[in-house]
Design a protein around this ligand. Structure first.
Ligand code: C5P
Length: 232
């Protein structure tokens, strides 16, 4: 059973999501529920996955005031989620509120989102950031560490530096993963090999598995590569 490959259930309906869970079977232990599925189907999809013994990464991507973030994190904990995301750019008060709200839920990891993987250096000036992606990721990852977050979400390209610079035990979760033959709207992309080599503890894979001719084979390929990752 592999817990370092997280499959993103980016589907419009629970039945499509559960069909994939069924196809991947017991080998796949960790699923990401994001805004589309959550908004379409509600939290029951998370409860159902947890009841099946799966781990759930609830990708809320919250960017809110500390009180609202704390409420969302606590709600994720009550659902039985194993990971929840908060935008690090919300600042230290938000991150600390998120970490405090997770204390009653020892199985819940608060992940700080650095810079989403569809952005590149040329996108940052239009949102008022004079930094490169790498500088911004590093700044936010260190902030997340100081605030006690359990991990960060970033592309595999920045994972190499972060795996050296962040405190031991911090999770490095990397989306933007491509397998041979897969392409999509992500910009900062890497293969599972690169992600693992660069120190990612977990990879998040969506379309490269869900839209593959054989999702089972695509998952196995990624899982084999990640089997020796440091968080495995
Ligand atoms: O289909 P693909 O593998 O690109 O899906 C990646 C998943 O990871 C999506 O569900 C997306 O929301 C998520 N994600 C991301 N970049 C982040 C955080 C999460 O792509 N920084």
């Amino acid at each position: 059973m592999n817990s370092t490959v997280i499959i993103a259930l980016d589907f419009p309906t629970k039945s499509e999501a559960m069909a994939l869970v069924d196809t991947l079977g017991p080998e796949c232990q960790f699923y990401k529920v994001g805004l589309q599925l959550l908004t379409e189907e509600g939290p029951s999809v998370v409860r159902d996955l947890v009841a099946m013994g799966k781990q759930v990464f609830l990708d809320l991507k919250v960017h809110e005031i500390p009180n609202s973030v704390a409420g969302a994190v606590a709600a994720a904990g009550k659902l039985g989620a194993s990971m929840v995301t908060v935008h690090a750019s919300g600042g230290s008060a938000v991150l600390r509120a998120a970490v405090r709200a997770a204390v009653p839920f020892p199985g819940l990891k608060v992940l700080a989102l650095t810079v989403i993987t569809s952005l590149s250096d040329s996108d940052l000036p239009e949102i008022g950031l004079p930094a490169s992606v790498r500088q911004q990721v590093e700044r936010l990852a260190h902030l997340a560490a100081r605030c006690g977050c359990h991990g960060v979400v970033t592309s595999a390209l920045e994972a190499e530096y972060l795996s050296q610079a962040l405190p031991t035990g911090m999770l490095i979760v990397t989306p933007g993963i491509q397998l041979p033959g897969s392409t999509n709207d992500q910009v900062r992309v890497a293969t599972p090999e690169t992600a693992r080599k660069n120190g990612a503890t977990h990879i998040v894979v969506g379309r490269a598995v869900t839209q593959a001719e054989s999702p089972t084979l695509a998952f196995k390929l990624a899982a084999q590569v990640m089997a020796g990752a440091r968080g495995a």
